[in-house]
Structure formats: structure tokens, C-alpha cells
Design a protein around this ligand. Structure first.
Ligand code: 2U9
Length: 360
């Protein structure tokens, strides 16, 4: 029959075994061996029945105490094993968030993409939305609706790329300006309209300042009370934001476009700073964009009443804006796909243009 010394011996033996258990399976084996139905402690408990009441009074609590002690030791050892496993996993999976990202970013945004982003940010802030349309256009949207009469010499100044004639004799063109986008918007939406239309345009021309494909951004406002004062305000605010200056000095010279009446070219004062220019200082004037009030014939072509609605519009070259702001001097380099040029003149894709922390 088991005595107090047997209980002490079993306790030491089991505690040592729990302490030495190498993994959770060994621990589970120990639990069965000690506390299971046929375990050592259970067998000892069974012998309580053969004891005298006095012995039972001593041995009963002692055996229950042993059962609790071993149960607690197993639970504690199991928790320690789980903690150690978690610590080991965390050590192998640790990430140093202060390290620069890998692989190092190598791609750059093209200056034209950067300028397009900047334009969208500036004009969105003024309440404009960005509109897009197809590169291949029909004659109506590219010319007729914009008040270029058929056979009129103004069509020739656009150096148009014509597609193969279709069976009915009509010919699609590569759009020579983004103005067809505004035509489509005026025909499908109800004023007030405030949009910018950035995108690729095509003209058959190739030298240091002309490429057969280039980028334009045009803007259009159609509303009942729109006037030249609004046009001037929008353009002055745009130039100040884009060239990041408080002082824009501008003049409007009368000009002619078929789609606007009156029409003007806008010049700004500038000085040269290395390859780029500084707008708002200096003594020279530079033409920056064309603009005007939308011609009543254009408003009529889009199904709107020119006695009710008027509007203003402007257009400028995005590539030229990029050259002025960021200084890459030869337009042909913009489309040469030279990664050394892009590494020098490109922009980080991780730094998005915004008005709060700066455009570029
Ligand atoms: C609609 C009505 C009017 C868009 C305009 C200009 C003046 C202009 C040139 C600048 C340099 C093109 O890239 S460039 O060669 N554009 O001077 N564009 S007003 O006028 C519109 C457009 C659409 C319905």
C-alpha cells in the first residue's frame, strides 16, 4: 500500500519528467501516464479504498494535491512550449520596416505622365473633370462640328493623317487635337460643363519642336453666364499653380481659330533658369497657350442654343509644358525610349502629385 514517502517520490519523478519533456507529444504521453484512467496517480487513488479511515484522511488530500500539482505543471510546461515556439517563429519572420524596399524601384514616370497628373490635380481642385475620347476620329467630330467648313484651308494647317477610305468614301482621321472629346461631351451631357481633355494627338510634322504624335490638354467650360473674365481667371490660377509661383504676368493677343470667337493667344513673362524657365519674372514674353470664347456655330453643332449657352475653351501642348517646367530641351528625346534619359528626367512613381505637399 502506498505511503506518504511513495507520493513524494512519485511527485519528484513526474515533475522531473514534465520538466524534461522535449515536445508537446511527450508531454501528452506523460499526462496519460500520470493522470490517465490507468495512470500512476489514478492507481494510487484506487488503493484508498483499502486504507483505514485515519490513513485515508491523510493520503486522500495528499493524492489530490499530487494530482493538482502534476496537472498544473503539465499546463505550465505546455504554455511555456507554445511561447517558445511563437518566439522562434517571430524571430524568423521579423520584418525591419525601416529598411528601403527591395528590389529597389527602377521605373520612372515619363515627364509627360507627370505633367498630365499635375494638370488633373490642379483642374480637379477647380471643379473640372477629366474627359477622354478615341484617337481615331471621324471628320465630323475632328473638323465639321468645330466650324472647319468642308474644303476650307484651315483643315490643311492641321497636317492630318488620314486612314484608308471606307466603302462609302468617308475617311477616318487620327485626331489632330483633343477638341473632338469636348464635342462628344457637349453632345452627350447637359451644361454646366467643366472638363479638361488631355491626350495624344497626331499631325504629320517632324523636327526639333514637332513630332508626329504629341500631347495636348484642352479645357472647356459651357454655362449660361461664362465670359472672358472667367477664362482669364482660370488660366491665371492654373499657370500660378503649375509653375508654383504667386506672380503670373500675362497678356492676351488677338488671334484666329475656327472654333473660338473672339480668339487669343496668351503670353506670360518669363526668364531662363538653365534649361528650364521661371514664369512670373524676367522681361521676355513667351506664348504659352491659345484660347477664346466657343464659337456659336460650335455650340449649335452640338445641339445647344447659342443664345442660351456660351462658353470658353483653351488648348496647350503638354510636351511643351513639360519642357518649360522640367527643362528637357529636344522634343524628339521625349519619344526615343532611352532609359538613361528617363532615369534623368523621370519622376518617382511613389510620389504622387498633390496640391498639399507639392506637385513635383
Ligand atoms: C471646343 C471648342 C473650342 C480649344 C482651343 C486652342 C485654342 C489652341 C493649340 C495650342 C497649342 C493646340 O497644342 S497646340 O498646337 N490650341 O490654341 N485650342 S482654343 O478650343 C475648343 C475646343 C473644343 C468644343
Amino acid at each position: 500500500m502506498a505511503g506518504a514517502s511513495d507520493i513524494e517520490a512519485l511527485k519528484s519523478e513526474l515533475l522531473a519528467a514534465v520538466d524534461g519533456a522535449g515536445d508537446e507529444a511527450a508531454l501528452e504521453g506523460l499526462r496519460v501516464e500520470a493522470l490517465g484512467k490507468k495512470g500512476k496517480i489514478s492507481l494510487m487513488m484506487r488503493s484508498l479504498g483499502q486504507m483505514s479511515p485515519e490513513e485515508r484522511q491523510v493520503m486522500g488530500p495528499a493524492l489530490n494535491g499530487l494530482k493538482d500539482t502534476i496537472g498544473e505543471a503539465i499546463t505550465a510546461k505546455k504554455a511555456a512550449m507554445e511561447d517558445a515556439a511563437l518566439d522562434a517563429r517571430l524571430a524568423t519572420e521579423r520584418a525591419d520596416v525601416s529598411l528601403p524596399i527591395r528590389p529597389e524601384p527602377r521605373g520612372k514616370l515619363h515627364p509627360v505622365t507627370q505633367v498630365m497628373e499635375e494638370l488633373a490635380v490642379i483642374f480637379s481642385d477647380m471643379g473640372f473633370t477629366v474627359a477622354e475620347g478615341p484617337d481615331v476620329e471621324d471628320d465630323f467630330h475632328n473638323f465639321t462640328a468645330l466650324n472647319f467648313p468642308e474644303g476650307h484651308p484651315a483643315r490643311d494647317t492641321h497636317d492630318t493623317f488620314f486612314m484608308k477610305p471606307r466603302e462609302d468614301g468617308s475617311q477616318m482621321v487620327l485626331r489632330t487635337h483633343t477638341s473632338p472629346v469636348q464635342i462628344r461631351t457637349m453632345m452627350s451631357e447637359t451644361p454646366p460643363i467643366r472638363i479638361i481633355a488631355p491626350g495624344r494627338v497626331y499631325r504629320c510634322d517632324w523636327d526639333q519642336t514637332h513630332t508626329p504624335m504629341f500631347h495636348q490638354v484642352e479645357g472647356l467650360v459651357i454655362d449660361k453666364g461664362a465670359h472672358m473674365g472667367h477664362l482669364k481667371g482660370v488660366l491665371m490660377d492654373f499657370l500660378a499653380a503649375f509653375f508654383e509661383t504667386d506672380t503670373v504676368e500675362a497678356r492676351f493677343r488677338p488671334h484666329h481659330f475656327p472654333f473660338t470667337e473672339p480668339s487669343a493667344e496668351m503670353d506670360v513673362k518669363y526668364s531662363r533658369v538653365g534649361e528650364a524657365v521661371k514664369i512670373g519674372e524676367g522681361d521676355s514674353w513667351m506664348e504659352i497657350l491659345g484660347c477664346g470664347m466657343v464659337h456659336p456655330n460650335v455650340i449649335k453643332s452640338c445641339g445647344l442654343d447659342p443664345d442660351e449657352y456660351q462658353g470658353f475653351a483653351w488648348g496647350m501642348g503638354v510636351d511643351r509644358l513639360a519642357m518649360l517646367k522640367y527643362g528637357a530641351p529636344d522634343l524628339r528625346d521625349y519619344f526615343a525610349n532611352d532609359t538613361r534619359w528617363l532615369a534623368h528626367y523621370g519622376f518617382s512613381p511613389l510620389l504622387q502629385a498633390n496640391l498639399a505637399t507639392g506637385l513635383s
